[in-house]
Design a protein around this ligand. Structure first.
Ligand code: GLY
Length: 292
């Protein structure tokens, strides 16, 4: 590593779902996550920018049907998939994202494109328009597992408020906990931070429900810290979690304390989420999860 360069760091998560009960489940998820780290970390070492690596890692996670984002996204109450994703550039402190986009393979690519646009957050109609403009081919992210989960839930007249977001293809959903999201936070060798988050939402939700993943509550970064959240979007939004932690660190609090304090506050409100965060300089980092 050259003098003055920062040791690059990468944190990824595949959601705080309920499927990690069996050892096989944990191992399968670890293998998937590890493959992503192995694929993108060398890029970071050779000097790739934080936001580029965030997008690459998010894309790989979106393409893995194990996770609730891109391919493998959960279905909403009407049987449709609507995905949300965002990218936050820490140095420029610039947020971009798409909300409730359908028929696209990688929502994170749209978020990346919008970084340089005057209009940086698009909802469903605008996203479809953008897909057309960019000539991105239509793609169906539905998987058999997600379809079966939805059919099963429909038979029960949607007694659950959200899908149990499984990270194992072979497991049928445990509908007690739908918390899936994927997220990536990167500190590159120039000391730049970026955060990306992508999700299919809670599953079985009302048409038009908006996820935290394309809000600063769920994905936020400055030049000093970056955080990606996973969990129940409403809880994350109520705590404005990612922005709250990042602002605390930006104002001088150590990231460990910022996480701790924010979790304590969230605990008082019985919130249900987890998050990953990175801070500069590169020798300090935290990756803490919570399910309360
Ligand atoms: N955190 C993902 C969602 O609630 O939509």
């Amino acid at each position: 590593m050259a003098m003055g360069q920062v040791q690059p760091k990468l944190i990824i998560h595949g959601g705080a779902g309920s499927s990690l009960r069996s050892k096989g489940g944990v191992e399968a998820v670890r293998r998937s996550l590890h493959a992503v780290v192995e694929a993108v970390y060398p890029e970071l070492v050779t000097g790739a920018a934080a936001s580029t690596v965030v997008v690459q890692a998010c894309q790989l996670l979106e393409d893995d049907p194990r996770f609730n984002s891109g391919t493998g996204s959960v279905l909403q109450s009407d049987g449709q998939i609507r995905m949300s994703a965002s990218l936050m550039e820490g140095m420029a402190q610039r947020f971009s994202g798409v909300i409730n986009v359908s028929r696209v393979k990688n929502p994170i690519f749209l978020a990346q494109f919008l970084q340089d646009s005057h209009d940086r957050i698009l909802s469903d109609y605008g996203s479809i328009e953008l897909l057309r403009e960019l000539g991105i081919p239509s793609y169906d992210p539905l998987t058999e597992l997600r379809l079966q989960e939805w059919i099963q839930e429909r038979r029960g007249n949607f007694e659950h408020e959200m899908a149990g977001v499984v990270a194992e293809k072979e497991l049928v959903a445990d509908a007690s906990a739908g918390r899936g999201t994927i997220g990536v936070v990167v500190l590159d060798s120039e000391g730049r931070l970026a955060a990306g988050t992508s999700t299919g939402g809670k599953g079985f939700e009302r048409i038009g429900r908006v996820s935290d993943s394309a809000m600063p509550a769920g994905n936020y970064a400055t030049a000093y810290a970056g955080v990606s959240c996973t969990g129940i979007g409403e809880d994350i939004i109520d705590e404005c979690l990612a922005a709250r932690i990042v602002v605390r660190v930006t104002d001088g609090m150590a990231i460990e304390q910022a996480f701790q304090r924010s979790f304590q506050e969230a605990d008082q409100h019985n919130r249900d989420f987890g998050q990953s965060g990175l801070t500069t300089p590169g020798d300090r980092w935290a990756n803490i999860g919570l399910a309360c």
